[in-house]
Design a protein around this ligand. Structure first.
Ligand code: UD1
Length: 418
């Protein structure tokens, strides 16, 4: 339950990124040994991925002394079968396909589930892995994959897909020869995975650029490693948006401004002030009304689709009209109906949402349709008059580490109710 709040003040520390840690966990399938991942967020998806890895033969536990450290152990007895009941809970689980194929030469992975926003195909994952020598059959909801020996290849992705890039890189790490991936995704979480793989003994160049060069290494050259998970830019953006919504001055500790350039640029245009610090970003918003603007989502370094519900929420009370265009997921406007329940004036037409700023929102019961939209509805609740009760918050727990505790520590009037 959230009530109108602000101004916010103080400091909030942002944990590691969901979209990085899940892939780092999958990468531990590639080599035996004991891994330590630090800055791991306490989120449900990490537990779910842990369950999936346990079924595949990699055990994991949180270090009781250091709660942000996840220890994973690969003893070399991998069972390359990812069952439906685990895979359907989390879309990111499809990234076990590349490492399983590379390690075992065979894999049987259920077709993925995860967030329900529009069609999320995996054709680019399969095409890329086929180029490396894999063959696939789809049988009764399962992808049955085979590869006698993976070999390097030149691959150009039709679109810089995050998951496809990650799957192909993880398979290419153990392929014979060199792989070039053109039009690769450049998201900081993809770069984080590549750095981790290099720490394990892989040889990846061009990290953070649209062309990745992967020089395959023999299995014996890969070993377990330690790694600190990159800070979550979407959680960081959520706290920044909360300041924009409620006013105030907050240090978002850990936030890396260079990973969030487009988000910060757009919020600056709306009237929010940012100062990069050595270990974080200071965010300041005064009592002047936010200004509207137009935004379109694009692959990194463009404005991330995961930020979109936050900006739409801020636009609902900004001065003027903003047009938000979704270029990645056609169906990702479901939370609009929930914002309308709070009094927002939004019209959607295909990929576009036209948001006409109103003077204020009014609290009401709403439902979180997915992780990002759920967090945005929390921000909306903090600026709406009266009380907003947000249900289905289990979606938010998938990707946010103590959102309620962190927001309350900044002075937000929010509590978790059963
Ligand atoms: C990842 C993130 C998600 C983020 C998204 C885009 C994780 C766990 N999730 O998802 O939070 O919103 O990146 O930044 O890291 N596509 C195809 N064929 C494919 C693969 C993708 O058509 O084989 C399409 C998708 O349907 C979508 C677009 O490409 O329209 C982007 O998808 P992709 O970059 O692959 O996102 P994910 O890795 O699924």
């Amino acid at each position: 339950m959230a009530r109108r709040s602000g101004p916010l003040s103080g400091e909030v520390t942002v944990p590691g990124a969901k979209n990085a840690v899940l892939k780092l966990m999958a990468a531990t399938l590639l080599a035996d040994g004991r891994y330590e991942l630090s800055n791991v967020p306490a989120i449900d998806d990490v537990a779910t991925m842990g369950d999936l890895l346990a079924a595949l033969g990699v055990t994991s536990h949180i270090d009781p002394q250091r709660r942000d450290v996840l220890v994973l152990e690969n003893h070399g007895s991998i069972v390359p079968e990812a069952p439906y009941d685990l895979v359907e809970r989390i879309r990111a689980s499809i990234v076990v396909l590349g490492p399983l194929l590379a390690r075992c030469g065979v894999a049987r992975v259920s077709m993925p589930g995860g967030d329900d926003f529009g069609k999320r195909p995996i054709d680019m994952h399969l095409k890329g892995l086929e180029a490396l020598g894999a063959t696939f059959e789809l049988r009764r909801g399962y992808i049955e994959a085979r590869a006698e020996a993976l070999h390097g290849a030149d691959i150009t992705l039709d679109f810089p897909s995050v998951g496809a890039t990650e799957n192909i890189v993880m398979a290419a790490v153990l392929a014979k020869g060199a792989t070039v991936i053109d039009n690769a995704a450049r998201e900081p979480e993809v770069a984080d995975l590549c750095h981790f793989l290099n720490a394990m003994g892989a040889c990846i160049e061009g990290i953070g650029s649209p062309t990745l060069y992967v020089h395959g290494v023999p299995q014996r050259d890969l070993q377990a490693a330690e790694h600190r998970v990159v800070v979550d830019r979407v959680q960081a953006a959520t706290y920044m948006a909360a300041v924009a919504a409620c006013q105030g001055e907050v240090v978002v500790r850990g936030a890396q401004a260079e990973h969030m350039e487009m988000f910060i640029r757009r919020l600056r245009e709306m009237g929010v002030q940012f100062t990069a610090q050595t270990d974080g970003v200071l965010v300041y918003a005064d009592d002047r009304r936010l200004r509207s603007l137009d935004v379109q989502t694009l692959p990194y370094p463009g404005f991330a689709t995961d930020y979109k519900p936050l900006i739409v929420t801020l636009l609902t009370v900004a001065d003027g009209v903003g047009i938000v265009t979704e270029n990645l997921y056609p169906g990702r406007f479901r939370y609009v109906e929930e914002l309308q329940r709070l009094g927002a004036d939004i019209r959607t037409d295909g990929h576009h949402a036209v948001v006409r700023g109103v003077a204020s929102l009014d609290g009401a019961p709403v439902r979180a349709p997915d992780i990002r939209a759920g967090a945005a509805l929390v921000v909306a609740g903090l600026m709406a008059n009266g009380e907003t009760v947000i249900s289905d918050v289990h979606h938010v727990d998938r990707g946010y580490d103590d959102l309620v505790g962190r927001l309350s520590s900044l002075g937000a009037d929010i509590e978790r109710v059963r």
